[in-house]
Design a binder for this molecule. Structure first.
Ligand SMILES: *[C@@H]1O[C@H](CO)[C@@H](O)[C@H](O)[C@H]1NC(C)=O
Ligand SMILES: *[C@@H]1O[C@H](CO)[C@@H](O)[C@H](O)[C@H]1NC(C)=O
Ligand SMILES: *[C@@H]1O[C@H](CO)[C@@H](O)[C@H](O)[C@H]1NC(C)=O
Length: 215
């Protein structure tokens, strides 16, 4: 009866790690990325580590998957960055941080056919006295390479909208000013009439109180 208990006790750290692994799926990438042909881009992959993972050995693999095709290994980091042979050869750049919290990959001089799904795979080997445990997390980023900047089109549209709005506002302001001016002119006429009336009344009233005083 002693042996199973000991085995259970031995594997307790492993169970703890496995339970934590469920919570530590913490590889973050932007799920979609858009870039323009001939430019450089960075596929961002952030892998936040737990404290106990800091001393682990970390391996990073980047895969490329043209839409509807098998994944191919394009980049490996196992202590040193290594570019794999692919149509992306010579254009990849390791953008990982020293502590391997960030394991991003840069692609220079983008081609239209670089469009596809890129997978960031982070494996951490955790060494315990009796056990070795690996945690692998993957995330995908879909890259779309376009011929012209889509942002530019939006910018042009919003610029045109701004000019239309400016012209509209100016016209509206002019119309309002003319309307106001004419209203003021009319009001001035009325005001002058009222003023004459007003001035006329006190001169009449002045005489009225004078009457009881006189009596
Ligand atoms: C892209 O990166 C390469 C290498 O770092 C650099 O020579 C080139 O000027 C960059 N191009 C752009 C458009 O930033
Ligand atoms: C899929 O990839 C292979 C090489 O890995 C290539 O020969 C084939 O043409 C590709 N198919 C499509 C549909 O892109
Ligand atoms: C991708 O397109 C470039 C030209 O834009 C071409 O030279 C290259 O062979 C193409 N690669 C693949 C895998 O189709």
């Amino acid at each position: 009866m002693m042996a199973p208990a000991k085995t259970l006790f031995d594997s307790l750290p492993l169970l703890v790690v496995m339970a934590q692994a469920c919570w530590s799926v913490c590889v973050e990438v932007a799920s979609e990325d858009r870039a323009v042909m001939d430019s450089n881009t960075t596929l961002t992959c952030i892998s936040c580590m737990r404290r106990e993972e800091v001393k682990s050995e970390t391996y990073v693999k980047w895969f490329y998957n043209a839409d509807n095709n098998d994944s191919s290994l394009i980049f490996v980091y196992d202590g040193t960055p290594q570019e794999q042979k692919s149509h992306l050869s010579g254009r990849l750049q390791w953008k990982g941080s020293k502590d391997l919290q960030e394991v991003s990959l840069g692609i220079n001089n983008l081609k239209l056919n670089d469009t596809g799904t890129y997978t960031c795979e982070v494996t951490r080997h955790l060494n315990f006295d009796a056990h070795q445990h690996s945690i692998t997390t993957t995330l995908k980023v879909h890259l779309v390479v376009t011929e012209i900047a889509e942002e530019d089109f939006t910018a042009v549209v919003s610029e045109i909208m701004m000019y239309i709005l400016l012209v509209f506002l100016t016209v509206w302001l002019l119309v309002e000013m003319v309307y106001c001016y004419r209203k003021i002119l009319k009001a001035d006429d009325v005001a002058q009439d009222t003023a004459t009336d007003y001035l006329a009344i006190p001169s009449e009233n002045k005489e009225t109180p004078a009457v009881p005083v006189g009596e």
